[in-house]
Design a protein around this ligand. Sequence first.
Ligand SMILES: Nc1ncnc2c1ncn2[C@@H]1O[C@H](COP(=O)(O)OP(=O)(O)OP(=O)(O)O)[C@@H](O)[C@H]1O
Length: 708
Amino acid sequence: MDKQEHNKKESYPKSYWQVMNRLFGIIAAALLAAYFLPDVPPKVREHAYSYLVTVIQIWTFIVALPWLIGKLWSNRELIKVRLLRNRSPKLSSQDRMLSVSVSGATASMSGERSAIMGKGGLPAAALIEPLTALPINPNPHPRSALTMNTAGAAISTALQLAEFAVEEDVTVLNVEAGPVLQIVSFQLPPKVQLSKLASKKDDIANHLGPQLGFDVTAAKDFKSAASFVIPHDIQDRAFVYMRDIAQEFLGFSSKAVLPVIFGKDIRGNPILYDLAKMPHLLVCGATGSGKSVFVNTLLTSLTSVRTPDEVKLLLIDPKQVEFGIYKGLPHLLTAPVTDMRKAIKAFGNVITEMERRYELFASTGTRNLSSYNLKHPQDKLPSIVVVIDEYADLMLVAGDVVEDAVQRITQMARAAGIHLILGTQRPSVNVVTGTIKANLPSRVTFKLPSPKDYMTVLDRGAPKLLGFGDGVCMVQGGDLQRFQSATISITDGEDTGFIERLIKHWKGMGSVKSASAQEWTIEDDELSSSQLKYAVAEEEEVPWEVPDDDGQVKLKVPSNARSSSSEGDPYDQALEIVYREGGFSVSTIQRELRVGFSTAASWAEKMMEAGIIGPFDQEKKWRPLLQKNERTEEELLDQLRKYICETKSTRTSELREQLSIRKEKVSELMQQLVQEGMLDSPTSTRAGYTIAWTEDQIQEYLSSIGDD
Ligand SMILES: Nc1ncnc2c1ncn2[C@@H]1O[C@H](COP(=O)(O)OP(=O)(O)OP(=O)(O)O)[C@@H](O)[C@H]1O
């Protein structure tokens, strides 16, 4: 509909009220004319007067009063809010304060969401170092926003242009302006349903102006109402700096184990979470969407209020650009890991550490990190936060291993105080797999290339995000919450300057034993590309048990805490399990044989090289037994003869490993070779088989099989 047509339509009466008003107006005008015109006989004038009074009375009862009652009824929500606001303006700010502490307390009591939602609610306290070094926001408030007066007309016009039958300006109930977005809540016009608005949201956005980031939601606090989430124009947006929320964050940090800043919600309230309760996090976002800024905010907020003895970080950075600035921070277990092979070993080490902690808890009668630390105040263990900037790179190299490791860490590490933050800019189904999602119900996403990507990450649709830190978070699979991520600063150099000061601050603290934090060296030993597929950190000591300058041991864990099966050959037992189960599952092998992740993974490596098992099956979560590649007895005998002739070795363990078959099978085959005359049987239980063939016979055999 064009504007002219629209105006033409406006000149016709629109509703019952307008028709009646016009009718009564015409009658009243005629009666007034009869009363005031000269030369009208007095009798007629008298009648005109009494008719006029009657007409006004009828109009009052059948038009004016019903209209007034209707208006009051349709605006009842707005009137309620206005009356409440006017009655106790001071109380409402106290209420807000209460809601801050109440929501925080509820969160910690219920152990569920521990977000603080409230404007500057906590009592003011002096900021502590290093928070005082946070840069100050030059632009903390949005420059312009819709008002109660301007919003109604703008929304009505947009609805009419989107072909909704809206006859008057909508009644605006509330306008809230956050840093990047504003929320306009309004009474739903008659016959307009929220679901219809939502289904036409692209059209409405188009008429309102914002191309991106517009959303339609149910109105909070109002019945039969809707809210439009409308982005401010780009030049009018405010920034959210960590400094803006530092005061609230300080208060929150006294209640949380691993407090982190997210940013501000769309109403401008701080969003703070306890990572320990999340307890792991998946962070997605296309390149340039604000993912790295967000991860830096998580890391710097956490390490601003937690000492290196309370929290250790393992930073894995395959892109080699993101975490370099943290080098030297005493919270680091080791320098940021950029080498993929080391990253996979580091993963293995984290799992070993987790297993050790479980053993430690079992041996000390404690259930988890917090109860262990309570019982051993002199020997506390720190929480460990593992951050992988781009885990898709690791998935490319060793998808199954990463998935297995993630599964194990996410399922068990909460009690052990180990938390995972996985970042990716490639949220395809191959990267954000079902396993990853099932184990990471807390997710954050920033702008993604397509609606399909939001579905992949969040399992539901999300508003198209704006970029520049406009994000959506979902905690423990709960509702989506839109927020603007906080940043240290948007000015070049101020963010790195703050991190440098953070490092200096902790290094300068007398009680911090930075030496222990830097000692976790991951050896760069030779790993073949196939070995790379597994965390082959073969049961190595995790060198975190390094005494500090004062001889006190940090991260102390008993070295005998490691478990492994000593009855029989564990590799043989693993093979038996694989044949029994029809495939190789790292977690089954670990559980049944009580071996570490890296051992199980290296056995999978051997079995795969020997053609016993195939590639990882995403659906079944294991490596299937390769039935079609099963070798015949004759093929096995050929392999055995060849190996013995080439190496002159008849050691059962060597042959078993070479052929990747069970010990009993090797003995069976050796017996056949004895019958053939190639071998002599052992002369005692301790002696092995010996070669019966002469050197000439051996050479003759080798030349007969050639290079096969
Ligand atoms: N919270 C924020 N507030 C203001 N600007 C932001 C915010 N987050 C990001 N930006 C802007 O967006 C730019 C890109 O952000 P960032 O480097 O975090 O992107 P990214 O998603 O990590 O991309 P990549 O993966 O390519 O590094 C920043 O340089 C900054 O200008």
